[in-house]
Design a protein around this ligand. Structure first.
Ligand code: PLP
Length: 375
């Protein structure tokens, strides 16, 4: 099989699995229990949190471990009464934003934030702005430092005018942790969502970085774990696996970028008859292509028969047969959206696979054009 859908899911790295394993069996104890072996587990859990936190330039006390990025995004929005969010955000932001008077910020043709629209919508009652670091359908990297610079200016101006509304910047970095060197101070974010499942860690584990002074409300109520913000027995194996995945991601950051840039170049040079949709400001492992007059959903099934796995966009939207709100936001026509494929490279890919994938995709596309011509 050739798997080209790493933005949807990544396989758990064997080293991650190995690190997690003892915490399912030998070290199964509840970290809140009073006896010594449980205290050791609690200490290991804290060490794991510290590893994750240090990778983004934060302290372990700044992190809330969650059951994935959806939950982290939902928790972040508890800081909001009136929110602004990028039009192209993942549904876990778009849908929760609707409960917080969410107003959309427009994007340009590359999917980057429209800064003029952003400034115009930053009214005095806005208290949370949510802009993902990397979009999950296009791989577009947002200029977060520039955005946080604008927020700083606005906060200063509010202070000067005696406007007391706080203003926080949240970013969903689910897709970015293994390809960008992330530092919360450099980005200027107050809240940052992380996701283990996209970086060769376990599914159902994520984290929210919360900077000092941001007031959140719990999403679950109970035993008071995670500073009372996320009650429930800690997912120790999950956090341990997340920390190992973060460690590996950091070790291979530069190597990964180089590898994906080369594989992407190769794939684009061997594929035929496409239009490249995500042309600028993107992560090296994201390729979004459009084939005129072709139904990408059909292509996916035809490619699946040849064991090449690709996607049309976000896996969840694709499974519901919905039109991509991201591709619509960058101005693609319905026909272009219907003909768009997302290929996301990852650790499972090598040069040989890319040659094979390009050959198979070219053949399948050529057959489709032939079939359409024959009516
Ligand atoms: N945010 C982004 C950008 C994503 O790509 C995903 C994964 O699909 C999520 C949030 C949701 O993550 P999870 O399903 O792990 O909660």
């Amino acid at each position: 099989m050739i798997y080209l859908d790493h933005a949807a899911a990544t396989p758990v790295d064997p080293r991650v699995l190995k690190a997690m394993e003892p915490y399912f069996s030998r070290d199964f104890f509840n970290p809140s229990s009073a006896y010594l072996p449980a205290k050791k587990v609690a200490a290991d859990y804290q060490t794991a949190k510290a590893t994750i936190a240090h990778a983004i330039g934060a302290k372990s006390s700044d992190l809330v471990i969650t059951a994935g990025a959806t939950e982290a995004n939902n928790l972040a929005f508890t800081a909001a009464t009136n929110a602004l969010y990028l039009k192209t955000e993942h549904d876990s932001v778009r849908k929760v934003a609707k409960n917080h008077h969410g107003v959309e910020i427009a994007v340009d043709k590359y999917g980057r934030i429209d800064l003029a629209d952003f400034r115009a919508k930053l009214a005095d009652d806005i208290d949370l702005v949510s802009v993902s670091l990397v979009n999950n359908e296009l791989g577009v990297i947002q200029p977060l430092a520039e955005i946080s610079g604008i927020i700083r200016e606005v906060k200063f101006d509010r202070l000067r005018r005696g406007v007391k509304t706080p203003l926080y910047l949240h970013s969903d970095a689910s897709q970015a942790l293994n390809l960008l060197d992330i530092n919360v101070a450099r980005l200027g974010v107050d809240l940052l969502t992380l996701n283990a499942a996209k970086i060769y860690g376990p599914k159902g584990v994520g984290a929210l970085y919360v900077s000092h002074g941001v007031r959140l409300s719990p999403v679950t109520f109970g035993g008071g774990q995670e500073n009372g913000l996320r009650s429930g027995t800690e997912n120790v194996p999950g956090a341990i696996g997340f920390a190992k995945a973060v460690e590996l991601a950091h070790e291979h950051l530069n190597g990964n970028r180089k590898k994906y840039a080369e594989l992407k170049k190769l794939l684009l040079s061997e594929l035929q008859g496409y239009e490249l949709i995500n042309k600028k400001h993107t992560l090296d492992n994201f390729i979004v292509l459009c084939y005129n007059d072709i139904d990408a959903e059909r292509l996916i099934y035809l490619l699946e028969e040849k064991e090449v796995y690709v996607s049309t966009g976000a896996a969840c939207a694709a499974s519901k047969g919905q039109k991509s709100h991201v591709l619509a936001a960058i101005g693609l026509s319905d026909e272009q959206i219907a003909g768009s494929l997302r290929l996301t490279l990852g650790e499972t890919n090598d040069e040989g696979q890319i040659h094979t994938a390009a050959k198979i995709i070219n053949e399948v596309v050529a057959n489709e054009y032939q079939r359409l011509q024959n009516g």
